[in-house]
Design a protein around this ligand. Structure first.
Ligand SMILES: Cc1cc2nc3c(=O)[nH]c(=O)nc-3n(C[C@H](O)[C@H](O)[C@H](O)COP(=O)(O)OP(=O)(O)OC[C@H]3O[C@@H](n4cnc5c(N)ncnc54)[C@H](O)[C@@H]3O)c2cc1C
Length: 408
């Protein structure tokens, strides 16, 4: 019997294994963790944002976006939905975001595991693959600390990216692909927080606020994001930061100078805020500047603004100059935080970069350089925004590689 090895038991590897569907092949999954799919189990904060209904290309980045187009033309959201519903996992669509009906990642994982069992797919858990050597008609895989070796006719490398080491993130896939002559586009962390040297971050740590982030790149605003921002000891987090990192992380890799302009009162612009402050001043001339700010913003933020602007917090509004009001408006609507770097691979949900997709056949996911070697999932140079796009790519590319691995 011919043998297929799948390196990595994440979303991609499991999806591939379940779609090989050829009794002439024995399928073995190697997973270095003691369980399968650790990233699935924490995805979407445990709810598993399993897919997105709108898989348009603007939600993805790759050096060859046409490759991504090919993948979803072959296996679109419709097919992802059909796959899961056929297995009995109903999906719930919340706008474009898609979840299992249970809103529980464990449902997804246990269903995938049950199907692996039903299809007699062999699992090698706690089995870290260290090396793959090409042999005439196949590959020799070395795994575990004691370097056991096994022969396979075909191999799928679905070992993911180096994001989130504690969940299985590793560089081994890049190393193996490189050893087979593949080009690796430098990986970088995406869907990740930012580190800032602005001392206010530390003082504001723990404060979460609805805001608009404008991403400043070499002095120009290149993106805006509305939602929750969160100050932390090291810098800036929250969904706003995670979302805008989809664009910012690549710029950091390119050594661009980045900053975030934070609008703490997104419903106001300069004129409307000015009118509001003047109205409050007129009606309440004896209010202090602190009282004015604290009526609009959390206490920690109000204090920090006063500290930053170096103004007397006890000064009454009737003694406040137009210049002082202007500086308050400016900081509330455009507080600048320089970004030094992302918070790094260990904290990132995903990676940009990876195996250059120009060297991978988009119809089969077989290497264009090495016959019977396949790549799929996050190990490839394809990254999606937050919102179920990365799992969508894992399912779709896993499916295509599985179908093609299963051909005689
Ligand atoms: C905290 C977090 C939350 C997320 N939430 C979402 C979400 O809600 N929606 C969404 O779409 N995406 C989400 N993602 C991203 C998504 O989980 C990944 O894009 C997706 O799981 C990638 O699947 P994969 O199988 O290609 O890689 P992985 O899931 O990383 O699987 C690769 C597997 O290979 C194993 N492995 C690595 N090296 C070896 C080796 N040498 N030998 C054997 N095994 C090895 C790893 O342990 C791992 O299990 C999230 C990611 C994180 C970290």
């Amino acid at each position: 019997m011919k043998k297929i090895a799948i390196i990595g038991g994440g979303a991609t590897g499991m999806m591939a294994a379940l779609n090989i569907n050829n009794h002439n092949f024995q399928v073995d999954i190697y997973e270095k963790n003691d369980v399968l799919g650790k990233k699935i189990s924490v995805s979407g904060n445990g709810k598993c944002n399993i897919a997105n209904k709108n898989l348009s290309l603007s939600n993805f980045d790759s050096n060859d976006i046409g490759f991504v187009d090919n993948i979803f033309k072959k296996f679109s959201y419709k097919e992802i939905k059909k796959f899961f519903e056929t297995k009995g996992l109903l999906l719930e669509e919340v706008d474009d975001f898609v979840y299992p009906k249970s809103f529980d990642a464990k449902s997804v994982l246990s269903l995938l595991k049950k199907n692996l069992e039903l299809q007699n797919i062999n699992l090698f858990l706690s089995s870290k693959v260290n090396m793959i050597e090409k042999k005439d008609e196949g590959f020799l895989i070395s795994f575990d600390a004691n370097m056991q070796k096994k022969f396979y006719n075909k191999v799928l490398l679905s070992s993911g990216s180096k994001a989130a080491k504690h969940l299985g993130g590793s560089e081994i896939g890049y190393k193996i692909a490189k050893q087979f002559g593949h080009n690796i586009i430098e990986p970088y962390p995406v869907l990740v927080q930012f580190e800032s040297n602005n001392k206010s971050c530390k003082r504001l740590a723990g404060v979460k606020i609805k805001s608009i982030f404008s991403l400043l790149c070499d002095g120009k605003i290149i993106a805006k994001q509305k939602g929750d921002g969160l100050f932390t000891k090291y810098g800036i987090s929250g969904l706003n930061a995670i979302d805008i990192s989809f664009i910012a992380s690549k710029k950091i890799l390119q050594n661009k100078k980045l900053a975030l302009l934070i609008n703490l009162l997104p419903e106001f612009d300069k004129n409307t805020l000015k009118s509001l402050l003047l109205k409050i001043k007129k009606n309440n001339p004896k209010y202090t500047i602190f009282e004015l700010l604290n009526a609009l913003l959390p206490i920690k933020i109000s204090k920090e603004i006063i500290y930053e602007l170096n103004i007397d917090s006890n000064k009454q509004l009737n003694q406040t100059s137009t210049k002082e009001l202007k500086s308050i408006i400016n900081i509330v609507l455009n507080w600048k935080f320089d970004i030094i770097k992302t918070h790094g691979f260990d904290y990132a949900e995903v990676c940009g970069g990876g195996i250059d997709v120009k060297e991978v056949n988009p119809s089969t996911l077989e290497s264009k350089l090495v016959k019977n070697l396949f790549f799929a999932g996050e190990i490839l140079d394809v990254v999606g925004k937050r919102g179920g796009f990365n799992l969508s790519f894992a399912w779709a590319s896993g499916y295509i590689s599985g179908i093609n691995l299963g051909k005689n």
